[in-house]
Design a protein around this ligand. Structure first.
Ligand code: BEZ
Length: 222
């Protein structure tokens, strides 16, 4: 199976989730999507991650992003675990896992998205089948894969970073700009190399030329 790369169409699939049966592309609709896998239900790092994603529901909604989790467990386990996540997460702030979690006990979808752990001998179920790793796919409304990240089972992800990349992608889709190291929404951006100096005068009247190949500009974003 060829690897999924940036620019590929995210494979479509049908799945049972904690919020009913879905066809992935239909579920995404006109939104962006974050599909994120986690090693297993009732595990500590994953519990903290899912609680954080639940608490940040409004950050995703503001950006027109739908979020969907997946792990190599069944629906019954997912549903019990969601109660634990809500209970634990609420110690930090109101937590209600309002996004679906895909049941993938047979690893059909994790195999399709190459999310299974080949390395960590401890990240296996009782039958010895590998669990998933912490993979993230950001998918745009055309169903194109725009970001992939793979973290080891031992390290919880940084959802600030995932939201930061979504901001960068969405701004880059609307304006002919890229974003520099450690950029955050509201900070100056880089004029895209494909923009000529003549075009830059009109498109970005406040831009600064630091080097012929490095031009920055403030950008008003809604
Ligand atoms: C965790 O979520 O804590 C975890 C899951 C699998 C392996 C290691 C850690």
């Amino acid at each position: 199976m060829p690897a999924l790369r940036l620019g590929n169409t995210a494979p479509n699939f049908e799945a049972d989730t904690t919020q009913g049966h879905i066809t992935f592309h239909d579920w995404i609709g006109d939104s962006w999507a974050v599909l994120f896998s986690h090693p297993g239900d009732f595990t500590p790092v994953c519990t903290t991650e899912l609680a954080e994603v639940a608490r940040r529901a409004s950050d995703f909604a503001q950006r027109n992003v739908k979020v969907i989790g997946i792990s190599a467990n069944g629906l019954e386990e997912h549903e019990k675990w969601v109660k634990d996540i809500n209970e634990w997460g609420s110690k930090v702030g109101p937590t209600d896992v309002g996004f679906p979690i895909i049941a993938d006990a047979d690893r059909k979808i994790s195999t399709l998205y190459d999310m299974l752990d080949e390395q960590d001998a401890t990240n296996k179920d009782a039958k010895g089948l590998p669990f998933t790793i912490r993979t993230v796919f950001v998918i745009d409304p055309k169903k194109t894969i725009r970001l992939t990240i793979a973290y080891p089972a031992s390290t919880g992800r940084n959802f600030d970073e995932i939201i930061r990349v979504i901001d960068s992608l969405q701004i880059g889709d609307k304006h002919r700009v890229t974003t520099p190291v450690n950029w955050k929404k509201g900070e100056d951006v880089i004029v895209h190399p494909s923009v000529s100096n003549e075009e830059a005068k009109t498109l970005f009247p406040e831009h600064t030329v630091h080097k012929p190949y490095l031009r920055t500009t403030p950008l008003k974003v809604e």
